[in-house]
Design a protein around this ligand. Structure first.
Ligand code: G3H
Length: 489
């Protein structure tokens, strides 16, 4: 906080997506600013991280695991004191509802505590000796070096911390760039970072990706890269590293998760799960259901019930009681979504809920548009909308749906809704090689966070979960000697 107050360079004004009513109508509000660092200033952060790491000889990487855990325990206690402030900023900066913002904060605290417990367990196991073919060995996990962490705007706290925390606790030093929208909420935590961790262990940079992160990549001095966002963003940055093949990367990328509703599905449950699956946080989740395939025999009934359920979702300000639909933080997003809807209409789809405001725009707010019948001529059939547009396809044979999933560039998750265990099992067998998680009679989601979170094809690289992340940000080192007993004869 103090550092920001003294900042002399150019600043980036942060606008809230939440429009406030004024005499002139609804207007966005400037709620703060963050520095715009130059390449030179970002490189100073990298230098500080390397100095603290000191080729593995620094204070932080040479600490005992239990000592690093103590630092993290102090941090999480301090972080909890900032709960109200961070939750408030989540609502203002990215328009997330009070319930979801609170959940994001609490889930992050739990994530850190689970990470501490997983590391204790890993440490216990790696202090044991293994004997194999006359060799006795201890296998330890050691840090990689300097990690660059970048998170997305939709989970600016939680997803960023799912890489930053494990990287840090494993003994790496970190350069961390907060999301473009969702940057102010780091401020209340900044003091805790600075007060608790030794200098240079965690370094925060702000600004435009190319000037800041790009400059870091070009040096070739980044050892691990954790990025959650788009394929394009990840590839553009990775390409700037002189040895991208040497860069340990953990990437959470685009997805187009299908919800598949079989003819015998429990209709009430399928509708409820598809509504929250496609529209919670306005569909701005990588795990959202982004296309629904409904068997033709039940599609009319499904659409009727789905539309009715969407009509019951309350739009409004993030902090208002019971609100489920909120303004969108990305500038130009409402135009993009309106364009997707127009394109679908041109190719024969209708906005099923047009009579109830479907697809209407009010400043930064876009009311969910349910599109039907969607076909492969429309952009929304393949493109990840990452917003409140729900394309519905009627299918006759399940092979059509399987063909869609097989031919997709993405492979994160899928949901199957049905009652016949045999039919579900057959579909699982078909989809298993295409996506990383199949949800039965339930929406797609990342949690619980102790489960592996990854994806196939262009949806991810590497695996995140509490324990996987500890492995991702470390490497195994073996200390071995001859087993005197077995080598006696
Ligand atoms: O945006 C992608 C997130 O990983 C989604 O997480 O399924 O917990 O909402 P979630």
């Amino acid at each position: 906080d103090g550092e920001l107050r003294q900042w002399q360079g150019p600043m980036n004004q942060v606008q809230s997506p939440v429009c406030i009513e004024t005499m002139e109508g609804y207007q966005q509000k400037i709620i703060g600013s963050s520095p715009l660092l130059t390449s030179k200033e970002s490189l100073e952060a990298l230098t500080a991280a390397h100095k603290a790491y000191n080729k593995g000889q620094g204070f932080w990487p040479t600490l005992k695991v239990k000592e690093r855990i103590q630092y993290m325990e102090v941090f999480v206690t301090e972080m909890q004191k900032q709960r109200d402030e961070v939750v408030k900023l989540l609502m203002w900066e990215i328009g997330k509802t009070l319930a979801d913002s609170t959940k994001e904060f609490d889930r992050t605290v739990t994530y850190i505590q689970d990470t501490i417990n997983a590391l204790k367990d890993l440490d216990r196991r790696s202090s044991k000796f293994e004997i194999e073919s006359g060799v006795i060995a201890q296998i330890r996990r050691v840090p990689l070096g300097v990690t660059l962490c970048m998170g997305p705007y939709n989970y600016p706290l939680n997803e960023t911390f799912t890489t930053l925390i494990p990287a840090l606790i494993m003994g790496n030093t970190v350069v961390f760039k907060p999301a473009k929208y969702g940057v102010l909420l780091i401020r209340p935590l900044l003091k805790a970072f600075c007060d608790i961790f030794p200098k240079g262990v965690i370094n925060i940079i702000y600004g435009r990706g190319r000037d800041t992160v790009g400059a870091l990549m070009e040096t070739g001095q980044v050892d691990a890269f954790a990025f959650i966002g788009t394929n394009k963003g990840a590839n553009d940055l990775k390409k700037m590293h002189p040895k991208p093949h040497k860069l340990r990367s953990v990437l959470g990328l685009d997805a187009k998760n299908p919800g598949i509703v079989l003819p015998d599905a429990d209709m009430e449950n399928a509708v409820a799960e598809c509504v929250t699956g496609s529209l919670s946080y306005n569909g701005q989740r990588c795990t959202a259901l982004k296309i629904l395939f409904v068997h033709r025999s039940i599609v009319e009934e499904f659409l009727g019930k789905f539309t009715e359920a969407v009509n019951h979702l309350k739009p409004g300000m993030p902090w208002d009681e019971g609100v489920k639909l909120t303004p969108l933080p990305e500038p130009g997003k409402t135009d993009y979504l309106a364009g997707l809807v127009k394109d679908a209409e041109r190719h024969g789809a209708q906005v099923v809920n047009a009579g109830y405001g479907g697809g209407e725009v009010n400043e930064t707010y876009f009311h969910p548009a349910i599109l039907y019948p969607v076909n492969d001529q429309m952009r929304v059939y393949r493109e990840e909308q990452f917003g409140p547009v729900v394309p519905v396809v009627a299918y006759d044979n399940i092979e059509e749906v399987i063909a869609y999933v097989v031919s997709s560039n993405f492979g994160q998750q899928a949901s199957i809704f049905g009652r016949d265990p045999q039919k579900i099992a057959e579909l699982i067998d078909e989809l298993y090689h295409q996506v990383s998680r199949i949800n039965i009679n339930a929406q797609c989601q990342r949690g619980p966070d102790v489960f592996p979170f990854n994806g196939r094809k262009d949806s991810a690289e590497g695996t995140l979960s509490v324990s996987d992340a500890l492995r991702v940000f470390s490497i195994r080192a073996i200390v071995a000697t001859k087993d005197q007993e077995s080598n006696k004869d």
